[in-house]
Each structure stands twice: as structure tokens, then as C-alpha cells.
Design a protein around this ligand. Structure first.
Ligand code: ADP
Length: 290
């Protein structure tokens, strides 16, 4: 099964064109939707999750027409929104039990089994009796995945899930998502390049409501081979380099800017070839260079 988005457009009442003729093919596994804040990711996620309407276009999950058959989609969907609600003082186990009941699991014994298996899966079993309001950021996100997976969805949407997690929590969350991605379609929306690099075999870059790239992260990185150059520069000369070259990124290394420049040949003395990475892809696509 795959998710197909075709020609999806949405303009908000204030005139912002959040989606501009977006087309994507999302196969089973982890799919990264990479874009800066304001790119249109949440609008796209919410439309696929049947929470808001598009102006035009078509979305199909397998044979289900997502924009018309909302109930049909909701039965197959798990969603972890960007701001995952309030965290009540009830325990993780009680909350999952309640959600499983809402999903139609009427048999109490069966429900207990499902809830305990889910708590084990997201590594929260030992915390099952603790109030959700006392959970750390990482525990909340893992609980968010658990609630989204109750009911065995075929499509899981996670919107900016790693923001605010410390490196250890992020790693645990990556491992969990990678495991989930073996069986379902997972769309991971993020502005963090590392999320996509670590997890996704296929991705799209979205910018100002438009898809600038869709394909394998590796292919995009390989296409930049020989076209990214780097140099450490004095801080005071950053602006001058920006005028002379197509600078796609600048980061501080040991207190000094290291710039990456897009060019078909060595830009000038002092530049060395850089091994391209997904960040170079992202910034050069957004700058319209490649
Ligand atoms: P992302 O999730 O990538 O940050 P969004 O889909 O939230 O992007 O937003 C895309 C654009 O649409 C932004 O310019 C944002 O300000 C605008 N936008 C989002 N929601 C609304 C809304 N309800 N009304 C008006 N503009 C909106």
C-alpha cells in the first residue's frame, strides 16, 4: 500500500499559499518531509489526517479517497500532532486503556493485553502507573507514539516529533520509529536534517508550499558530489564572501565560521572540496541552486 498525494493546493483566508500543487508518492517505511518553519508541512499533515480541507487536489491511501472518505481514513490512521495536547494527571496505562476503548476494544482482558504490549513496545512499562504530566519530553513523545499506534494504523503521521528532545531521548525515539516503520507508512515531518538522514529511505523537501525534491536522500547527496567547497574564514569577512560566492551554509567551528559554497569549480584559493551531506542538499535546494 502507498499514499499518493496529487496536485494538492491550499490558500488560507489571509492569502498565504501554504500548499502549491503538492504531489508525493509515499511507500511503506519511513518517509521524511523536510522543510523550514512555515514551509507548509503541518498544513499537509493535517490535510492527510482529515483535520482540514484542501482547495484542490487528491489524496489516496491505497484505495481510500482521503479527502472524501474521512471515516475510512481515520480507521487506518495514527497521528502524533506537533503540540500533543495537555498531559493530564492520569497514568499512562489508564490513558491508553481509555483510548483503546474509544477505538472499539470492548473486552477488558484483551484491552489490558494490548495496552501492556504497547507500553512495553515504547519502553514505558515500568512507568505505566506514573501520571503523564510527570513525564519527560522523551517519555511524552514515546507515549505519543503509543497512543497513535493503538488500533494498528496503516499510516502513521508524526509532526516535528524530535524538537526539544535531548540526544539520548532522540536516539531512543529514532529506534522506536525505525521499528514502527518496518510495518506501516510513516510520514515524519521535520525541520531537522539529521532526523531524515538517520531514518528515511525516501524524502521530500518542501519550501513555500512547493515540493523541491522527492527521492532518496543518498541520491540527492550524490548529485552534489564535486560541487560543494568549504573554507574557514575570518568572521569579519563573512559578508564579503557572501557577495562573491554562493554561500549555502555557515557554521562555527572552534569559534571560526566554516562556510560551504556551491560552485561547479574551485571558487578561489583556499577552498577545499567538501563531502556533500543532506544539509548541503537542503540549503542548495532552498536557495534554488540545484
Ligand atoms: P510548517 O508546518 O512547515 O511550519 P505550516 O503548514 O504550519 O508550516 O504553515 C505554512 C504557512 O501557512 C505559514 O506561512 C503559516 O504562517 C501559514 N498558516 C498556517 N496555518 C494558518 C492558518 N490557520 N491561517 C493562516 N495562515 C496559516
Amino acid at each position: 500500500m502507498e499514499l499518493r498525494v496529487t496536485g494538492l493546493s491550499k490558500t488560507y483566508g489571509n492569502g498565504v499559499k501554504a500548499l502549491d500543487n503538492v504531489s508525493l508518492i509515499v511507500p511503506q517505511g519511513m518517509y521524511g518531509l523536510l522543510g523550514q518553519n512555515g514551509a507548509g508541512k503541518s498544513t499537509l499533515m493535517r490535510t492527510i489526517a482529515t483535520l482540514q480541507e484542501a482547495d484542490s487536489g487528491d489524496v489516496h491511501l491505497g484505495d481510500t479517497d482521503v479527502l472524501k472518505d474521512k471515516e475510512g481514513v481515520r480507521r487506518q490512521l495514527g497521528y502524533l500532532p506537533q503540540d500533543f495536547g495537555v498531559y493530564p494527571r492520569i497514568s499512562a496505562a489508564d490513558m491508553l486503556d481509555h483510548l483503546a476503548l474509544l477505538k472499539g476494544l470492548a473486552n477488558g482482558k484483551q484491552r489490558k493485553e494490548v495496552v501492556e504490549a504497547m507500553l512495553n513496545r515504547v519502553n514505558l512499562f515500568q512507568h505505566r502507573k506514573k501520571a503523564l504530566s510527570s513525564f519527560s519530553g522523551g517519555m511524552r513523545q514515546r507515549f505519543g507514539i503509543a497512543q497513535a499506534l493503538i488500533g494498528n494504523p496503516k499510516l502513521l503521521i508524526v509532526d516535528e516529533p524530535t524538537a526539544g528532545l535531548d540526544p539520548g531521548e532522540r536516539n531512543r525515539f529514532y529506534n522506536l520509529l525505525a521499528e514502527v516503520g518496518e510495518n506501516v507508512i510513516v510520514i515524519l515531518s521535520t525541520h531537522i536534517v539529521e532526523d531524515v538522514m538517520e531514518l528515511c529511505r525516501k524524502m521530500a523537501i518542501i519550501h513555500q508550499g512547493r515540493v523541491l525534491y522527492e527521492g532518496a536522500p543518498d541520491d540527492a547527496v550524490n548529485s552534489l558530489e564535486g560541487r560543494i567547497w568549504e573554507r574557514r574564514i575570518p568572521k569579519a569577512e563573512a559578508a564579503a564572501y557572501g557577495e562573491r560566492h554562493k554561500v549555502i551554509s555557515s557554521k562555527m567551528v572552534a569559534g571560526q565560521p566554516l562556510i560551504h559554497v556551491f560552485a561547479e569549480q574551485a571558487p578561489e584559493d583556499g577552498f577545499t572540496p567538501a563531502k556533500p551531506d543532506l544539509e548541503d542538499v537542503f540549503f542548495s535546494k532552498i536557495a534554488g541552486l540545484n
